[in-house]
Design a protein around this ligand. Structure first.
Ligand SMILES: Cc1ncc(COP(=O)(O)O)c(C=O)c1O
Length: 341
């Protein structure tokens, strides 16, 4: 790596820095006390997002984790289970919040294909109650599904699960990546969900914030839960302004991230063959694979000025985003090709 070359950070799409347009919008933002519902920029963001996903209302929350946790608290009742994928964010990557914030039990099912099997979910729903199994109060689905390489959900799986009559929470941290990759509007996915969470701080490039949308009464209850969790903010318009820019300007460009991720998928395939990565399923901005020597690869990439990380034992992840350009991908591809092991 030449000392003049910037580090390529592929650890996550959360590492982006606000664009000049975001910084300007933040500086100019009109603000008020959002605790009193008086921040006009937050309100504008909540309305814009609710409309974008076809829901009556939305609430701005500090993080995707908080959006998920609020939804679980609202939909999951004591003495019931909430079905979620074994490797999903709510189960694996929220530091056990599912078990400490919520009152429902997690019922985890296989999600290696990137979605949940509607027949398996239907079985658990039917088993709840009469057969002494816990009633299922909600199903949590993750679209795109990060641990399987950012796969978008097949719409028919989501529709089949929604048709079971149990509330569905959609962890759509990267829902707009799914929209851009499949051409299925975010609102069409969200129509099969009771609540939908989206992160503005991932592919969309905002510095902070996520949205939770749903029916008006549910979102009013979500505001109370947000307060309980300490997530009510005050002059949050300063950051919401960047969220509005993200929503208005950074959705279509996700296609560039996907094209760049595809180049990484091809390079990984050329270097290591399948290694847990099926090129046919790689559609968005997350590339996960199991090289023979993950620690060695991370060290080799670091020496070439490329930062990456593991997300599970032996599983390396590369994520493209707003701050990764073609030159950065050229360097990463070269580093992958020259990896000794
Ligand atoms: C699928 C998914 N859901 C939820 C989250 C949580 O978002 P946050 O980091 O804003 O808490 C993430 C973050 O990486 C994620 O990948």
């Amino acid at each position: 790596m030449s000392p003049s070359e910037p580090v390529v950070d592929l650890r996550s799409d959360t590492v982006t820095r606000p664009t000049p347009a975001m910084r300007k919008a933040m500086a100019d933002a009109e603000v008020g006390d959002d605790g009193y519902g008086e921040d006009p920029t937050v309100r504008a963001l909540e309305e814009a997002f609710a409309e974008r996903v076809g829901k009556a209302a939305a609430v701005y929350v500090p993080s995707g984790t908080m959006g998920n946790q609020i939804a679980l608290r609202l939909l999951g009742a004591p003495g019931t289970s909430v079905i979620a994928g074994q490797r999903s964010h709510v189960v694996a990557y929220e530091q056990g919040a599912f078990g400490t914030n919520g009152s429902a039990q997690a019922l985890t099912v296989d999600d290696r294909t990137g979605s949940l099997d509607p027949a398996e979910v239907a079985w658990f729903v039917e088993a709840g109650g009469p057969h002494h199994w816990l009633p299922v109060s909600a199903v949590c689905v993750e679209n795109t599904h990060m641990p399987s390489g950012g796969r978008p959900w097949p719409l028919e799986h989501l529709a089949a699960i929604a048709s079971l009559g149990v509330p569905v929470h959609l962890d759509g941290a990267r829902l707009f990546n799914a929209e851009v990759a499949t051409g299925i509007p975010a609102a069409t996915y969200a129509a099969h969900a009771t609540t939908v969470m989206c992160c503005l701080s991932k592919g969309l490039g905002a510095p902070v914030g996520s949205m939770l949308a749903g029916a008006a009464d549910l979102i009013e209850a979500a505001r109370v839960e947000r307060k309980r969790l300490g997530g009510a903010m005050r002059q949050a318009g300063v950051v919401a302004a960047a969220g509005l820019v993200a929503l208005d300007h950074n959705v279509e460009r996700l296609a560039d991230d996907h094209a760049r991720a595809r180049r990484l998928v091809d390079a990984v395939g050329e270097r290591w063959g399948a290694c847990g990565l099926d090129p046919a399923t790689a559609a968005t901005n997350v590339v996960v694979f199991a090289p023979p020597d993950p620690a060695g690869l991370l060290a080799h990439l670091a020496a070439a000025g490329v930062r990456a990380a593991t997300i599970a034992v032996g599983v390396v992840r590369l994520v493209t985003h707003l701050d990764v350009d073609d030159a950065a991908i050229d360097r990463t591809v070269a580093a992958l090709r020259s990896s000794p092991a």
